[in-house]
Ligand binder design. Structure first.
Ligand code: XBP
Length: 232
C-alpha cells in the first residue's frame, strides 16, 4: 500500500543546478574577488559532493585556499542570497510531468514529503512558488539534519514526520547520493534522471526513468509493490 511519496528537490522536482545554483555560486565568487568560475561540466563533477557549503569547502581546499572553511561560509551565505533571488524571480519551472504526478498522488490521498540537502532559506520559497507549500505534509532540508545525503538522516526525519512505515513509502530521487540516502533509510526508490545524472549508475533503484512523463499514483504503487512499471 502506497501511503506516502518523499521527493528530492534539486534535479528532481526542478532542474535547478546548472542554471540556478551554479550561477549563484559564480556570483558569490565574483563578489568576493575570487576568480573561480564553475562551468557547467565542472559543476556536474562537483555535484558528487552534496551540500553547497561542503562543495565550496572541498573545492577551496583542493584549490589550496588558505582558509577554505571560513571562506566557504562567507561564499555560501552570498550564494544562498543570490539563489533565493533566482527562486523568487527567475525562470524557475518544475520538471515536465511533476505537477501532474503530485496532483494525482494528492487526489488519491497519498501524502507528500520532501527530503533535500538544500537550505531551508530557499527550499520553502521554491516549493511554495512551484507547488504551494501547503501541499506537502513534511519538508526536511539540509538545515534540519546532522548528516547530509548519502546519509539517511533526511529520509528518516521525513518518515518520522509522516508517521508511516517505510514499507508504505516510495522515495523519488535524481542522483546516486540521493538513492543511497533513501535506500539506507529502508525506502524503495524511484530514480528520475536529469542531464547531470543520466549516465550514472543506480544499483538498488526500484526503477530508473528519464523523466516524469506518464508517472502517476498507480505506477508509483506498482513500483513500491516491486512490479516493473508497465508500458504506457
Ligand atoms: C542538491 C544539493 C544542494 C544544492 C545546493 O540537494 O546537493 O546542496 O546543490 O544547495 P538535493 P545548497 O538534490 O538533495 O535537493 O547550497 O543550499 O546546499
Amino acid at each position: 500500500m502506497l501511503s506516502a511519496v518523499i521527493l528530492d528537490v534539486d534535479g528532481t522536482l526542478a532542474d535547478t543546478e546548472r542554471d540556478g545554483h551554479r550561477p549563484a555560486f559564480n556570483r558569490a565568487f565574483a563578489e568576493l574577488g575570487l576568480d573561480h568560475r564553475w562551468g557547467a561540466q565542472e559543476y556536474g563533477r562537483l555535484l558528487a559532493t552534496t551540500g553547497g557549503l561542503q562543495r565550496l569547502e572541498e573545492f577551496l581546499t583542493g584549490a589550496g585556499h588558505p582558509d577554505p572553511a571560513g571562506t566557504a561560509q562567507v561564499l555560501h551565505r552570498a550564494k544562498t542570497a543570490h539563489f533565493l533571488e533566482w527562486v523568487r524571480s527567475g525562470p524557475l519551472l518544475s520538471r515536465p510531468g511533476v505537477d501532474e504526478l503530485l496532483a494525482d498522488l494528492r487526489g488519491r490521498g497519498v501524502r507528500l514529503g520532501v527530503a533535500t540537502t538544500g537550505r531551508r532559506a530557499w527550499v520553502l520559497s521554491l516549493l511554495d512558488r512551484l507547488f504551494g507549500l501547503d501541499g506537502f505534509d513534511v519538508v526536511v532540508t539540509g538545515d534540519d539534519v546532522e548528516q547530509l545525503k548519502p546519509a539517511p538522516d533526511a529520509y528518516l526525519r521525513a518518515l518520522a514526520g509522516l508517521g508511516v512505515p517505510a514499507v508504505e513509502v516510495l522515495a523519488v530521487e535524481g542522483s546516486p547520493p540521493g538513492l543511497q540516502a533513501a535506500r539506507r533509510a529502508g525506502l524503495s526508490c524511484l530514480v528520475v534522471t536529469n542531464d547531470y545524472t543520466a549516465a550514472q549508475a543506480f544499483a538498488g533503484a526500484a526503477a530508473v526513468l528519464p523523466g516524469f512523463d506518464g508517472l502517476d499514483a498507480d505506477r508509483c504503487a506498482a513500483l513500491l509493490a516491486g512490479q516493473a512499471p508497465g508500458p504506457r
